[in-house]
Design a binder for this molecule. Structure first.
Ligand code: SAM
Ligand code: SF4
Ligand code: SF4
Length: 337
C-alpha cells in the first residue's frame, strides 16, 4: 500500500468520465461555454478500467464515477460492468444530477451499480431552474424514484447550501428524504475552480445546518464512515433515518483524505483544489507497461502534500484573510467532484 507524505494511503478513486454537463449549476459551472477536452483525449472505458485496476492493486477500495455529468457519456453501464468485474468487493458508486437516469437505470443496475448519489439542492421547481439554469426538477425526481424502484440503496441526495439561495430548503429536503427513505448529504459551498465567484459570506456552516435540522428533528452524531469519509454522519433520535454533512470549509478533513482523482483525459489529480494533474494517459498511450504506470502513480502519491482546506481555514482566520482568486485551480467539471 502506497502512502503520501503525511502517511495517508490511497483508498478512494473518483473517476471523471466527461467534463461535459447538461446543467449549468451556478456554484459549479456558471459559464455557458468552456474549453472542452478534445474527444480524442478522453479515456476509453478500456483505458479507465486498466488504470482503475492498477489503483485497486495499490489499495483503492472505493470508486466513484462522476464528472461533469457522467450520464451524458454514452453507454456508461458498460463501464460500470467493467469496473465491477475488477473486484467483487469494490464499493462502486455514481454521482449524478439524475436528469438522464430514468432511461439508464435498468442497464446500470443490471451492470452491478448499487449505490448512487443524486444532487438536488431544492424541491422548488422555479428555484431548481434558477440554480441549475437548464434543469427540470420533475425529470430529476423521476430519475431518483426510478433508482429507488430499481432497488438501489442507500440512495443519498447531495445538496450544496448557499446563503440567501437555498438555506430555507434545508428542512424541506430533510422532510422529503425522511418520507421516502433517502439520506441527505448537505455540502458546504466551496471555492472549487475559478469561475464560481465564491465568497465566504455565502457559506452556510455545518454548525448552522445542524442547528436548523436539530430544532425540528433532533440528531445524534454517528461519526465518519471508515474514519476517513468526507461526511460526518448523524441519525435522527426518533429513528427516522440518517444524514451527513460535508464541512469542507469550516471543519476540513485533509488529515484523513485518501482520495485520488482521475480526469476524463487521464490525469491523476491529488486534491480537489489542485492546480495541475499528472498525465497518465500519455504514458499509457505511448505503450507503457502496468509496472511503469504503477511506478508513476506511486511516485505522485508518495510525494503528495495536499491539505488545501486546512490551509484555507488557517488563511480565513488570519488577519489577511483568504483570497480565492489568488489560487488558479482546475475546474470541478474537469477533475471530477
Ligand atoms: N453532475 C453530477 C452531479 O451534479 O451530481 C456529478 C458531478 S458534480 C461536480 C459532484 C458534486 O459536486 C455535486 O453534488 C455538486 O453539488 C457538488 N459541487 C459542485 N460545485 C460545488 C461547490 N462549489 N461547492 C460544493 N459542492 C459542489
Ligand atoms: Fe453539472 Fe453536476 Fe456541476 Fe451541476 S454540479 S453543473 S450537474 S457537473
Ligand atoms: Fe483532500 Fe484536498 Fe479536500 Fe484536503 S482539500 S480534503 S487534501 S481533496
Amino acid at each position: 500500500m502506497v502512502r503520501d507524505a503525511y502517511n495517508r494511503p490511497v483508498k478512494d478513486l473518483r473517476i471523471s468520465v466527461t467534463d461535459r454537463c447538461n446543467f449549468r449549476c451556478t456554484y459549479c459551472m456558471p459559464m455557458e461555454e468552456y474549453v472542452w477536452i478534445d474527444r480524442r483525449e478522453i479515456l476509453t472505458f478500456e483505458e479507465i478500467t486498466r488504470l482503475a485496476r492498477l489503483f485497486v492493486g495499490l489499495g483503492v477500495e472505493k470508486i466513484r464515477i462522476t464528472g461533469g455529468e457522467p450520464l451524458v457519456r454514452k453507454d456508461l453501464h458498460r463501464l460500470v460492468r467493467m469496473l465491477n468485474s475488477l473486484d467483487g468487493e469494490l464499493d462502486l458508486c455514481l454521482t449524478t444530477n439524475s436528469s438522464l437516469l430514468c432511461d439508464q437505470i435498468e442497464d446500470l443496475a443490471a451492470a452491478g451499480l448499487k449505490r448512487i448519489n443524486v444532487s438536488i439542492d431544492t424541491l422548488d421547481p422555479e428555484k431548481f431552474k434558477q440554480i441549475t439554469k437548464r434543469g427540470d426538477l420533475e425529470k430529476v425526481l423521476e430519475g431518483l424514484f426510478a433508482a429507488k424502484s430499481a432497488g438501489l440503496g442507500p440512495i443519498k441526495i447531495n445538496a450544496v447550501i448557499e446563503r440567501g439561495l437555498n438555506d430555507d430548503d434545508i428542512v424541506p429536503l430533510v422532510e422529503f428524504a425522511r418520507e421516502h427513505g433517502f439520506s441527505m448529504r448537505f455540502i458546504e459551498y466551496m471555492d472549487v475552480g475559478n469561475a464560481n465567484n465564491w465568497i465566504s459570506e455565502r457559506i452556510v456552516s455545518k454548525k448552522e445546518i445542524l442547528e436548523k435540522i436539530n430544532a425540528r428533528y433532533p440528531l445524534r452524531e454517528v461519526g465518519r464512515e471508515n474514519g476517513s469519509a468526507p461526511s460526518v454522519d448523524y441519525e435522527f433520535i426518533d429513528g427516522g433515518g440518517e444524514l451527513g454533512v460535508i464541512a469542507s470549509v469550516t471543519e476540513p478533513f485533509c488529515s484523513s483524505c485518501t482520495r485520488a482523482r482521475l480526469t476524463a483525459d487521464g490525469k491523476l489529480v491529488t486534491c480537489l483544489f489542485s492546480t495541475h494533474g499528472h498525465d497518465l494517459k500519455s504514458l499509457m498511450r505511448s505503450g507503457a507497461t502496468d509496472e511503469q504506470l504503477v511506478e508513476l502513480i506511486s511516485s505522485v502519491w508518495s510525494n503528495r502534500t495536499d491539505k488545501y482546506s486546512d490551509e484555507r481555514l488557517a488563511a480565513m482566520k488570519s488577519p489577511e484573510g483568504y483570497q480565492p482568486k489568488q489560487h488558479q485551480k482546475i475546474e470541478m467539471i474537469t477533475l471530477g467532484g
